[in-house]
Design a binder for this molecule. Structure first.
Ligand code: UT7
Length: 336
């Protein structure tokens, strides 16, 4: 049976470190509040020029992560036949970032698509890559999760609940067709659109002439908004459900799992899920203290760091799980 094996991972985060104290200097917040409520101590935001423009694009961040993943997989980049780019903040309204990767990596017209599933984007991306490979549509797929959040946050007191959580970065994985007993064993994907407006950015929008108007900007409707408590409650429940479901689908139990790589949404969510599953903390990956919530990038960054740290070994079972805007949620069970 053909499976989709992850054969290389990579990530890239900006060098600029923004601490909680740096944020407390511009908005009404504190290191104590942010650390207690989220576990975040610092995050990476892209450098900007005097006009507020980032020095590199989101696609360039993704390309840097991808180059590392390609080198780790030891493949010729020209064998990539499909790019899947997960992001909620593409560089331009359209097209998506996938095509910019095709150009930046000179992929010679490989297929390219974007997934707009926010924090769950990379989980959906792995599932899609698995489907492409199992169906024979592709043999080598590059999946990227990348976000620029720092330019899209409301850095006034009005936006402080969101501004302290989100950050920039990109992670990537190469998936290759294999007949070996490894790769993605199962995935589960869910959504519940009735809650779309509990975590969303309304603008720019196709249903308004000009996509945006002065009143929308005045009211900050182009900034992300979140019903934080509600998202927290749904996330905690859905993480657990998705993990149970993907384990059952793969015919294994939580005791078989070497490492859980949850979307880095909030350390309290990770802790609640860890406790509910009865997992020892060393079998759950966390880097939110250093990187904040990088939405679609958080799982591939965590995966690449875990591989780099030797925490994922050949034959290990790992689970990735995410919840985010949409609401969307899902999980992948992977044999390394
Ligand atoms: O990636 C998936 C999407 N996002 C998430 O998973 C995030 C899910 N939600 C959360 O992580 C939490 O709800 C937050 C970290 C956003 C907030 O934590 P909370 O314990 O739910 O706090 P809260 O929203 O109930 O706010 C408590 C207080 C409020 O003040 P009052 O009304 O009690 O006076 C907020 O105005 O904290 C205030 N507050 C802040 N204070 C200092 C909100 N943001 C801040 C801030 N600094 N940055």
């Amino acid at each position: 049976m053909t499976r989709a094996a992850i054969t290389g991972t990579g990530f890239w985060v900006p060098e600029r470190v923004v601490t909680n104290d740096d944020l407390a200097a511009i908005i009404d917040t504190s290191d104590e509040w942010i650390t207690e409520r989220s576990g975040i101590r610092e995050r990476r935001w892209l450098e900007r020029d005097a006009d507020g423009r980032t020095l590199i694009s989101g696609a360039e961040m993704g390309a840097r992560a991808a180059r590392e993943a390609i080198a780790a997989a030891g493949i010729d980049k020209d064998t990539i036949d499909q790019v899947i780019y997960a992001t909620l903040n593409p560089d331009v309204f359209f097209p998506g970032n996938g095509v910019f990767i095709e150009h930046l990596l000179e992929l010679n017209t490989a297929g390219a698509m974007d997934i707009r599933n926010q924090c769950t984007g990379f989980v959906y991306g792995l599932a899609a890559a698995d489907g492409f490979i199992q169906s024979g549509l592709a043999r080598t797929v590059l999946v990227i999760g990348g976000e620029i959040q720092s330019t899209a946050l409301d850095l006034t007191d009005r936006g402080r609940d969101m501004a302290v959580l989100f950050a920039d970065g990109a992670g990537a994985a190469i998936l290759q067709a294999t007949d070996e007993d490894r790769g993605i064993l199962a995935s589960v994907l869910h959504s519940q659109g009735r809650y779309a407006r509990d975590l969303f950015a309304e603008a720019p929008v196709a249903t308004v002439t000009g996509r945006m108007n002065a009143a929308m900007i005045e009211e900050g409707r182009h900034y992300p908004r979140m019903n934080g408590k509600m998202v927290f409650q749904h996330a905690t429940r859905r993480f657990g459900e998705a993990i149970d479901e993907v384990l059952k689908k793969g015919g294994v139990t939580i005791d078989d799992v070497a490492l859980l790589i949850p979307h880095q949404a909030n350390q309290r969510i990770t802790d609640a899920v860890t406790a509910r599953l009865g997992l020892p903390v060393e079998r759950v990956f966390s880097n939110i203290a250093r990187y904040g919530n990088t939405t679609a990038a958080s799982i591939p960054i965590a995966l690449a760091e875990a591989v780099r740290a030797g925490r994922v070994q050949r034959g290990d079972l790992i689970v990735t799980v995410a919840f985010g805007s949409g609401f969307t949620w899902g999980a992948n069970l992977i044999k390394w």
